[in-house]
Write a protein that binds this ligand. Structure first.
Ligand code: ADP
Length: 350
C-alpha cells in the first residue's frame, strides 16, 4: 500500500473531482461526437491539474503550519525542561491532539525525572549521613585500642577506663545499626504489624517504669493525666507502640528541663484515641518544627546541649504511626516546651 503523502492524497481527490465535474460537463455540452469528447478530455485535464496543485499546496501548508506548532513545543520544552505548566490547546483536529500528546508525554517524563533526581539526592544524603554518624564511634574505638596497645594495657590507671569507653562506643554503633535496620525495614515494608487488642494505660505505665531511672537523674516527674486508670483498649502492635512511647518519653527527658515535668494524656475521639506527650523543656524553634521528623535531623538546641542521638528516633516514630494508618503532630514553643500528639485506633467493645 502506498503511504498517504500530500501528493498521493491531492492526486486522489483531484482525480475524483475531475471525473465528477467532467461527467457533468459532458452532459451539458452539445453532443457532437468527437468534438464533445475532445472538449471533455481537455476539461478533465484542466480540472485535474488545477485541483491537484491547489490541493497539494493547501494540504502541505496546513500540515506545515500544524507541524511547526509541534516543533515549536518540542523546541521550547528542550530549552526549558523544568516547565511543567501545561498550555491549553483546542484539540479539535488530530494534529493539535498530537501536540497535546507531546506535552503530556513531556510532563510525565519531567515528573519521573524529578522523582528520580529526588531519590538520588536522598540516597546520597542518606549514605553521607550514615558514614558521618559511623565515623565518631569507630574513630573513638580505634583511639582507645591504639592507646591500650601502645602501653596503656599495662597502665592500671587507664586500662579499664579505656576499655569501658571503647565498649560505650560499640554500644553506640549497635544502637545506630539497629535504628538503621529498623528504618530500612520500615521503608521496604518488610515489617509486619502484629495488630492486637491492647490496654494502652498498662503499656504506658510499663514504659514509665522502664525509664524511671533516667527521669530521676534529671528530677523530671512523669505523670499520666487521667481521672481513673481503667483500661483504654486500642488495636495496635504492642512492641511498636511501646517503642513509640519510649522514644517520645526519652526525648521529653533528654530535651526536658532539670526538675521539669512530662505529662501524658489521652483524648477520646470517635474512632481514635489522641495520645499527647507534653514536656516543659527546651522546645523547638518554629523554623525547625517541620524538620524534626526528617532522618538525621537534630535541632540546634540538641547539638548545643550535646544530647547524644542520631536524629533517627522521631523518623522511626512517624513511620510506625503511619504504618498503623494514623497521624502524628508536634506543637512546640522555644524555651517553653513541646507536645507530641498521635492517634491510635480504638478497639471496639468485646
Ligand atoms: P535524637 O536521637 O537526636 O533525639 P530524634 O529523631 O528523636 O533524634 O529527634 C530529632 C530532633 O528533634 C532532636 O535532635 C531534637 O532536636 C528534637 N526533639 C525531639 N524531641 C524533642 C523534645 N521533646 N523537645 C525538644 N526537641 C525535641
Amino acid at each position: 500500500m502506498t503511504s498517504l503523502t500530500p501528493v498521493v492524497l491531492s492526486g486522489r481527490i483531484a482525480f475524483a473531482i475531475s471525473v465528477v465535474s467532467s461527467l457533468i460537463f459532458f452532459f451539458f455540452i452539445p453532443q457532437s461526437s468527437l468534438m464533445s469528447y475532445l472538449l471533455t478530455s481537455g476539461f478533465f485535464v484542466f480540472v485535474f491539474l488545477f485541483s491537484f496543485f491547489l490541493l497539494k499546496f493547501s494540504i502541505e501548508r496546513f500540515v506545515q503550519e500544524k507541524l511547526s506548532v509541534i516543533y515549536e513545543t518540542i523546541h521550547q520544552l528542550k530549552r526549558n525542561p523544568i516547565s511543567t505548566e501545561k498550555k491549553s490547546f483546542k484539540a479539535n483536529d488530530p494534529i493539535s491532539k498530537v501536540n497535546e500528546e507531546v506535552l503530556d508525554w513531556h510532563l510525565d517524563n519531567q515528573k519521573e525525572i524529578n522523582r528520580l533526581t529526588e531519590m538520588e539526592q536522598y540516597r546520597r544524603e542518606f549514605i553521607g549521613n550514615v558514614s558521618h554518624e559511623l565515623k565518631t564511634p569507630v574513630f573513638n574505638i580505634q583511639g582507645y585500642l591504639l592507646t591500650l596497645l601502645e602501653g596503656g594495657l599495662e597502665d592500671e590507671s587507664i586500662n579499664r577506663k579505656y576499655l569501658e569507653r571503647a565498649e560505650k562506643s560499640v554500644e553506640k554503633l549497635i544502637k545506630l545499626l539497629n535504628e538503621l535496620d529498623m528504618i530500612i525495614r520500615l521503608d521496604t515494608g518488610e515489617i509486619q504489624l502484629n495488630i492486637q487488642r491492647i490496654d494502652l494505660i498498662e503499656l504506658v505505665k510499663e514504659v514509665i517504669e522502664s525509664i524511671e531511672l533516667k527521669a530521676e537523674k534529671k528530677h523530671i516527674k512523669i505523670s499520666i493525666l487521667r481521672k481513673n486508670m481503667e483500661p483504654l483498649w486500642i488495636m495496635a502492635d504492642e512492641d511498636k507502640i511501646t517503642q513509640i512511647i519510649t522514644n517520645l518519653l526519652i526525648n521529653s527527658i533528654k530535651y526536658g528541663s532539670e526538675k521539669g515535668k512530662t505529662e501524658i494524656s489521652f483524648d477520646d475521639m470517635k474512632k481514635q484515641i489522641l495520645v499527647k506527650i507534653k514536656d516543659n523543656g527546651v522546645g523547638i524553634k518554629d523554623k525547625e518544627i517541620s524538620r524534626v521528623f526528617d532522618r538525621f535531623y537534630r535541632t540546634d538546641a540538641a547539638r548545643e546541649h550535646d544530647q547524644k542521638g542520631f536524629g533517627l528516633g522521631l523518623s522511626i516514630v512517624k513511620h510506625i504511626v503511619e504504618a498503623h494508618g494514623q497521624t502524628i503532630h508536634v506543637n512546640s514553643v522555644k524555651h517553653e516546651g513541646s507536645t507530641f500528639s498521635f492517634t491510635l485506633k480504638k478497639a471496639g467493645k468485646r
